[in-house]
Design a binder for this molecule. Sequence first.
Ligand code: AMP
Length: 249
Amino acid sequence: MKVLVPVKRVIDAYVKVRVKADGSGVETANVKMSMNPFCEIAVEEAVRLKEAGIASEIVAVSCGVQQSQETIRTALAMGADRGILVTSDQPLEPLGIAKLLKAIVDKEQPELVILGKQAVDNDNNQTGQMLAALLGWPQGTFASKIERQDGELKVTREIDGGLETLTLKLPAVVTADLRLNEPRYASLPNIMKAKKKPLETMTPEDLGVDVMPRLTVVKVTEPPARQAGVKVADVSELVSKLKNEAKVI
Ligand code: AMP
């Protein structure tokens, strides 16, 4: 089974994000970028499926600026077999990305697409769902466990009330949640080997996809600063403050 794993280049999760002075977005110049953490989990799951003899080939795809090839190289160092970079200098929205991914799915014919459940830059949580809708494929979002069973896929999902188990007919789209696995670190020899793995580059025009933005960002602002806490002398003072000041009990 061929597995496609879309991976996104985002501001590193440990960087303190700064809003641009004009409120048009966040600073990305000279900021450390990394693979979106949920995409790392998606790659790890694909690699485990390959190690278990279930997946035969893993293709990592990234859409964005030229430097997104570093994100693909990370996926290759973790165990993906080859990469596809769709270059675009203009900001891409989930619908545009889902259309690009659909065009790649049409070309590559994978049986499974594993995405991250969301990208931690915009927290959209939309691309996987949109891709499944465009393809007309079943989807298992927020997966915390994936098992292959009699030609189908059993996906355990994290939902508000607990866990839900779905059986999906293949081909299918799955999005990875935090507890699906713990991604491996790429070893130095694998990072070196990844440099030699094939990486194909194309543009949205090559794929016949219009990625014109449909959304306008009105304003980006910092969240309100948190107020400093106070120390209370004892439990009765705490209860009194919760009751009379915070009014939560
Ligand atoms: P989002 O819908 O933006 O929260 O992203 C969810 C998932 O879609 C990510 O974890 C990736 O697997 C995939 N994805 C989003 N944007 C891109 C991109 N530019 N290139 C490749 N995959 C992406």
